[in-house]
Design a protein around this ligand. Structure first.
Ligand SMILES: [Zn+2]
Length: 308
């Protein structure tokens, strides 16, 4: 993203449909509860994806009235230092704690095999996500950019593509029509936030997460099987064996983990905020598909209709 093309816009400006046109919106805390009654689904593949890429945004939106749900697609069996079965359990338990730290209402886990999600049926994944989006009546999704550059992890892009397709399709009553028979109604998803998970991926929204950073840190310290949530206490223990201590890490493991995250694991957030004078920020490619209050046809009719 060339700095020279960046210009600030206010939230009241016309929304973008693509990241490669227009400028960048700086999204600050909004007073009151402007999103009251709305629902978002944060959909990631692994325990630590949402904490790293979007926990600040999720905490902000919940604070502004959204109800948030988190959905994890993989079983995380490859990360955690134990056997696959042990890793599945530790990641599952930490996922619940992570969700509580951010303020999500509920957790969904789909348990697809970790690092092998490019081999699963995209139709199966899409159908399951559509069911959940309809069930919770999601207005907004937060997930991976399905076409983002530099993505090495197949679980990320497989999840992102299924989410993009599901968000479009879940408002169409002829897709998965058996859901309707079961009383699950179509529900259009009209807003999307795609993570900037890798450098070079496009973004058009920089979210000020300064007032939500403690919740982001609280979510990251729950990511112990992966994500570095316990690196602080591990470092504290190692130094103690060597007869040393770091004042930064305090006098207990909880403080050590939190302060380690704050000091060493938030460099991307500091960099994202720096050029806009923000202490911490997260970047997203935001897509707004909400229809205008009045359609062009309605406007034309209003201006031009004559009595019979
Ligand atoms: Zn991941």
């Amino acid at each position: 993203m060339k700095k020279s093309v960046i210009r600030k816009r206010s939230l009241g400006a016309a929304p973008f449909n693509r990241a490669d046109i227009g400028g960048i919106i700086i999204d600050k805390d909004q007073p009151g509860q402007p999103h009251k009654g709305k629902v978002f689904a944060a959909i990631h593949a692994h325990l630590d994806d949402i904490p790293f890429y979007a926990a600040g945004l999720c905490a902000k939106l919940i604070g502004e009235g959204y109800t948030g749900y988190v959905l994890r697609t993989s079983n995380d069996e490859k990360r955690g230092g134990g056997t696959p079965a042990q890793n599945i359990l530790s990641n599952e338990q930490e996922h619940i704690k992570m969700a509580e730290a951010v303020g999500f209402k509920e957790v969904f886990d789909l348990y697809y095999q970790n690092h092998e999600m490019d081999g699963i049926s995209s139709l199966d994944l899409r159908g399951r996500i559509i069911f959940i989006l309809r069930l919770i009546k999601a207005d907004t999704v937060i997930s991976f950019n399905p076409w983002g550059h530099g993505e090495e992890n197949p679980d990320h892009w497989a999840t992102g593509r299924a989410v993009e397709e599901a968000a479009w399709m879940c408002g169409i009553d002829t897709d998965f029509h058996e859901h309707l028979e079961a009383g699950i109604q179509p529900h259009p998803v009209l807003e999307r936030y795609y993570f900037q998970a890798r450098r070079g991926q496009p973004y058009n929204r920089v979210v000020d997460i300064g007032s939500h950073i403690e919740k982001k840190i609280a979510s990251l310290v729950e990511c112990k099987s992966q994500g570095g949530g316990n690196f602080g206490s591990q470092l504290r223990a190692r130094l103690a064996k060597e007869g040393k201590r770091l004042p930064l890490l305090g006098n207990d493991d909880r403080t050590a983990d939190r302060e380690y995250v704050r000091q060493f694991l938030l460099e991307d957030e500091r960099e994202a905020g720096r050029e806009f004078g923000l202490e911490f920020a997260e970047r997203f490619y935001y897509i707004d598909q909400r229809p205008p209050a009045k359609s062009k046809v309605d406007e034309y009719v209003e201006r031009n209709a004559v009595p019979l």
